[in-house]
Design a binder for this molecule. Structure first.
Ligand code: NCD
Length: 310
């Protein structure tokens, strides 16, 4: 694999193998088993944009495997002095063995991957892609449904700017999912993504209403309206708070349906959903640790043992 910029960098077999590795690494992710597979290795966490879970789970993943982490943030560094992304990234070639990068500009991950020798993992590039999130999303879906094949997945919210939805829809279609995309007209999934999905044989439906979709869903994937990507506040105000689910909305859902969210949530999911059996978003956030462990191992060419002893 080397770099992971979009889901195109992984074949379906790669995806399944990484998810299998991640599954075996769960006890290590929880700190129940010590497995220093990445001892002596250094991860550079290059975050030019806000992050909580992605950054912290990358750090936990690396540390639980015995590696160490350099934490870069654009605040308090030479970025403030006008250093280019190219120069900043080139320098970390000499400091780290692998880098995770998040940037507000779409394409920044590819640009960085081209600038350095070490493997680069895209931790979110603007409204582009977020493949490591997709891997933990797939892990969560497979954990709940036992398969990735042929599920009915409802993606809800900001499908225009939401990079998690872009990467996830691409991956799900490769496993034969049917996708229902629920968004206001102004935040529809970009046409080029929808036509690409359809050209791969995907069954894609687009709609503005969520309630009709709940009964048939295997997965409801809620997303935040990406306020920071709107050109102006007024446009954001028109769509803020448009989709909200309450526990009472889920009466009539399939028994094994799961509600996911990459988090942070603003008001898309009421806390009343948290205590239902459908809520899977906090489990999903934990799943970032074993999944990123498996991805770090893969990018560094380190094999995860077929048996991890308890
Ligand atoms: C997402 C992101 O950064 O794209 N968060 C995450 O990585 N868990 C979703 C979001 O910010 O809304």
């Amino acid at each position: 694999m080397g770099d992971l910029v979009t889901m195109d960098d992984l074949t379906n077999d790669d995806i399944v193998a990484v998810l299998d590795d991640a599954e075996r690494l769960v006890p290590v992710a929880k700190g129940e088993v010590l497995l220093p597979l990445l001892q002596g290795k250094v991860l550079a966490n290059m975050f030019f944009e806000n992050s909580t879970r992605t950054r912290m789970s990358f750090e936990t993943a690396m540390k639980r495997l015995g590696g160490s982490v350099l934490n870069f943030s654009s605040i308090g560094t030479s970025v403030a002095k006008g250093e280019t992304l190219f120069d900043t990234m080139q320098m970390i070639d000499g400091y780290a063995d692998v880098a995770a990068i998040r940037h507000s500009r779409q394409g920044a991950a590819q640009y960085s991957a081209d600038a350095v020798e070490i493997p680069v993992l895209n931790a979110g590039d603007g409204a582009g892609n977020h493949p490591t999130q997709t891997m933990l999303d797939l892990f969560t879906i497979r954990q709940a449904h036992g398969t990735l094949e042929g599920l009915n997945v409802v993606l809800v919210g900001d499908l225009r700017y939401g990079r998690t939805a872009h990467s996830l829809s691409h991956a799900l279609v490769r496993f034969g999912a049917s996708l229902t995309m629920v968004s206001p007209a102004s935040l529809k999934m970009p046409v080029e993504i929808v036509s690409d999905l359809r050209s791969h044989g995907a069954n894609v439906t687009e709609t503005e209403t969520l309630n009709d979709q709940i009964a048939e869903a295997d997965v409801i994937y809620m997303t935040r309206i990406q306020k920071e990507r709107f050109p102006d506040e007024e446009e954001y105000a028109k769509v803020a708070g448009i989709y909200k689910i309450e526990a009472t909305d889920l009466v009539g859902a399939k028994k094994d349906m799961i509600v996911m969210h990459p988090l942070p949530r603003v008001d898309e999911i009421s806390p009343s959903v948290d205590s239902t059996e459908y809520a899977r978003y906090f489990q999903q956030a934990f799943n970032g640790v074993p999944t990123r462990m498996a991805l770090l191992c893969k990018s560094l060419g380190v094999e995860v043992p077929k048996k991890v002893k308890k």
